[in-house]
Design a protein around this ligand. Sequence first.
Ligand code: XMP
Length: 358
Amino acid sequence: SWTAANIAEQLIESVREQIGEGRAICGLSGGVDSAVAAALVQRAIGDRLTCVFVDHGLLRAGEREQVETDFASAIGAPLITLDDSEVFLGHLADVTDPETKRKIIGREFIRSFERAVAQALELQGQGTGSGAGSAGAAAGADADSAAGADSASAGSSASAGSVDFLVQGTLYPDVVESGGGAGTATIKSHHNVGGLPDDVEFTLVEPLRLLFKDEVRAVGRELGLPESIVGRHPFPGPGLGIRIVGAVDRERLDTLRAADAIVREEMTAAGLDNSVWQCPVVLLADVRSVGVQGDGRTYGHPIVLRPVSSEDAMTADWTRVPYETLALISNRITNEVPDVNRVVLDITSKPPGTIEWE
Ligand code: XMP
């Protein structure tokens, strides 16, 4: 019978079978899925799992801090943080096509994970160093030291063991919409499915591949993860990179990050977190419109609010957010976020729209 306890037990058992005596790393995104996948694998193989958080520069405000504090302790595995925003933003410069953005981000995630392997081996006591790499010391390590550790241990990796498995929080809908299901077309390449490069050398471990989001949340609760993690709204791995229509750069990311923080704050204050599945905030960076602010003409960008209600993200309806909340959000964004002079509401269901704009 379907109980979260049974499912958790079975998943842990099959992860144990798949990985055997091997070692794994798991990319944490700050979302529910990767956190639950990591917790399952931690229960299955213990300290042969290391978690990796890649700061790709496409994160929302406060995301990295939350992962470094809450997630690492709840999951019980050591965490390596890579500061790879220069790398990601460099590759994304001038790219406007949504699928190209997704492919670049998916590929760079894998390159980051590859760079994390040497550090993960250190943490697991398999490195060339003196075992100085503790969880505390490694958290916050930057890209430079990651590269350094990589080359330092390259010659001895055979004797020092290897990390062959990469854990991902892929869900059933991700598989279907990335074209993985029988006879289905690709709608968009989710970063951890269709967005993967062809030359991945890791063997993928995807314990949630047959589950829907609500089932994943139930399994997470069963494993003792706190509500602050299992109750989070979905957030895509490619992050704010697919919420800027147009090319991605630091200035545009700052604009979107500021608007997104206001939306989250006001939705929470209005008590709407439980009635909304998620609310993407999108910057139309290639669109400008005329406005009047203070005592002058402006020619700024629109921000789109995309609040949706859904059971499983395969279909969705736009959420009827109270007018007062929408008014508050609109006033705050246009007053507080430079370069934004208009806020619009997306009232499209899925289908025909998708939840994310790219
Ligand atoms: P769409 O836009 O396809 O989104 O209607 C469906 C759900 O999936 C999330 N999403 C992603 N999640 N990696 C993820 O981890 C991705 O590449 C990705 N793309 C979309 C989206 O936020 C929504 O919950």
